[in-house]
Unconditional design. Structure first.
Length: 252
């Protein structure tokens, strides 16, 4: 079984290949996120504590957290779910995919471990050297968190600390730094104020148009009632005139 051991403070990672079942049985029947004493792997790991972060079996199916079994299962998954690669053809489409449960067994071929607690001895290539971080965070709040900044500090000055320079095929030098995301600048605040003012103007315009329409509708209804009353008055006058004309010869 291959063990991928990572140590986040140094950014290093090391791969070990262990075939001794007496060492591996300490990992069997343990779930993802469980902690294992490192002394089971040998004396050089004395004092170390490993945390199981995941793994895969011999056929390449990954382990999934929350599936309480040590076997392979087929689950209905939607795009974006763990262990689901690709996208559905339709909105809301789900597909039945194979994955392995979160319990470690002898069928696993790779285990991903993270050192939670450092031991007494240094591990060569893992804890004794530090790899520089190639890429830094892009989001403004995470840059502030990395450099312990306040909201008053300018984030753009601190991005240059992990700016990298490289040469292209023609030998020309280029420098690259991450584009800061969610950066609040005076321009963004002005755009926000403009959006709010446009929204207010639109609401005021719609209210004024609704009031004008209501006023016009009331006027049209009033004119319609007046025309109806005039037509009824004319019909009534014509009817009275016809009745009077019929009654006049009879009176003679």
């Amino acid at each position: 079984m291959k063990l991928n051991i990572a140590y986040p403070p140094t950014g290093c990672q090391k791969k070990l290949e262990i075939d001794d079942d007496s060492k591996l049985r300490h990992f069997y029947d343990k779930r993802i996120a469980a902690e294992v004493d490192g002394e089971a792997l040998g004396e050089e790991f004395k004092g170390y504590i490993f945390k199981i972060m995941g793994g895969m079996d011999k056929q390449g199916f990954p382990m999934r957290q929350g599936v309480l079994t040590n076997q392979r299962v087929r689950l209905l998954m939607a795009p974006g779910d763990p262990c689901m690669r690709g996208h559905g053809r339709r909105n809301g489409e789900r597909r039945r995919k194979s994955c392995r449960g979160c319990v470690v067994s002898s069928d696993c071929s790779v285990l991903n471990l993270v050192i939670v607690k450092k031991g007494e001895q240094e591990l060569p290539g893992l804890t004794d050297e530090e790899k520089p971080r190639m890429r830094g965070p892009k989001r403004a709040t995470r840059i502030r968190k990395l450099f312990n900044l306040t909201k008053e500090d300018d984030v753009r000055k601190y991005v240059n600390t992990y700016r990298r320079t490289f040469e292209d095929k023609a030998g020309k030098k280029h420098s690259k730094a991450p584009k800061i995301q969610r950066l609040v600048t005076p321009a963004t605040l002005q755009r926000k104020r403009r959006r709010v003012s446009l929204k207010k103007k639109g609401l005021e315009k719609s209210k004024a148009e609704a009031a004008d329409y209501h006023k016009l509708l009331v006027q049209r209804l009033k004119e319609q009632r007046e025309r109806r009353s005039e037509s009824l008055a004319k019909k009534r006058a014509i009817r009275q005139a016809s009745v009077a004309s019929k009654e006049a010869p009879a009176a003679k």
